[in-house]
Design a protein around this ligand. Structure first.
Ligand SMILES: [Zn+2]
Length: 344
């Protein structure tokens, strides 16, 4: 544990923060469904047939599942699913049948306290928190761990390749692995699910992997950064334009997804390569922002964000969101096409 000494309170906050629910769904269901809809249009016939056989859903339909499953809690009567009333969504309705509810409860139960947390391990599969100052994702960096988003994607790939699924993940079937990939590839392209800003006692950004800081605080994927207008920075980036919908994908977005070059590396390295791309992208998320301490919320430190130029920032945000959604759709299809190769 080389970071314990200089991280001090930071480590404690990291541990606590991982127990707190995120205040919004990544990309929202809408963004995840856009990613799925893009990928659906880029699948090979083999991948489409494999998806149908192993899951029986389109990627657009499958994409929200891992967020829907966050509605499972452990009560006196065991694991029980309850629809999240804060974000009621028809996207989860298809999974709320007796059989579908049982499947979500079963997934949450198998991925509950297997990662060193007392509960909700599967919620940690949706993100990693590598400092944006880095040029790449490395498993040894502060904020990365064996149950983060990159490892979760690799676990789902292992299942679909017929290899053992590494701990702490439990993936019951090829269908469940597909549900996870359809969602996690989307999360991997929301920059705040991968790149993070860490702040020192003066609220200045610091690289927590460089020793010597007396205090380093993490910012929970931007959930601890109040961006004004009732929104935090994470939610600001989740929120995609209303006009962008899975059932009306703009031709330009599909074209961009189609044009993205396929990774030449082995499939097993894609998650890390794509995470590294998102870490570099996250530099743009934090450019032009300043932070100042705010009142704590529910025992969690908060900061207020000041923008150098908020209008310009919001323009840049929308452009970047579109690029990230196109990349995510393209790469989700690339992955499935590689996992269901054409017969030789
Ligand atoms: Zn997610």
């Amino acid at each position: 544990m080389p970071h314990l000494k200089h991280m001090g309170l930071g480590i404690w906050l990291l541990v606590c923060a991982s127990l707190l629910p995120l205040s919004a769904f990544a990309w929202g269901h809408q963004g995840h469904m856009v990613v799925g809809a893009l990928a659906d249009q880029l699948l090979t016939p083999q991948a489409r047939a494999g998806l149908q056989k192993d899951l029986g859903l389109t990627l657009q339909q499958a994409a929200p599942w891992a967020d829907c499953a966050k509605g499972v809690g452990l009560g006196p009567r065991g694991f029980e699913y309850a629809a999240d009333e804060r974000w009621p969504s028809p996207a989860c309705t298809r999974f709320e049948t007796a059989q579908g509810t049982k499947a979500m409860q079963d997934y949450a139960r198998r991925n509950w306290n297997t990662c060193g947390q007392p509960r909700d391990c599967h919620k940690a599969y949706h993100y990693t928190d590598v400092a944006y100052q880095h040029a790449e994702y490395l498993a040894g960096y502060v904020g990365a761990n064996d149950h983060d988003l990159v490892h979760a994607i690799n676990a789902a790939i292992a299942k679909l390749q017929g290899r053992p699924v590494p701990r702490p993940f439990s993936i019951a079937s090829r269908g469940e692995a597909l549900l996870l990939l359809a969602h996690f590839i989307g999360d991997l392209h929301q920059p705040l699910h991968v790149g993070a800003v860490y702040l020192d006692a003066q609220s200045e950004p610091v690289d927590p992997d460089v020793p010597g800081h007396s205090e380093v605080f993490e910012t929970r994927g931007g959930n601890s950064l109040d961006a004004g207008h009732g929104s935090n920075l994470h939610a600001l980036w989740d929120d995609i334009p209303d006009k962008l919908r899975a059932d009306a994908i703009p031709a330009s977005l599909l074209q961009e997804a189609r044009a993205l070059r396929r990774s030449r590396a082995a499939v097993g390295r894609w998650a890390q390569i794509w995470a590294s791309d998102s870490v570099r992208t996250s530099t743009q998320v934090f450019a032009g922002l300043r932070f100042s301490p705010d009142a704590e919320q529910k025992g969690s430190r908060m900061w207020t964000v000041a923008f150098d130029d908020e209008a310009a920032y919001r323009d840049r945000l929308e452009q970047l969101q579109l690029h990230q959604l196109a990349k995510a759709g393209s790469r989700l299809a690339q992955l499935l096409n590689a996992l269901y190769p054409a017969p030789r």
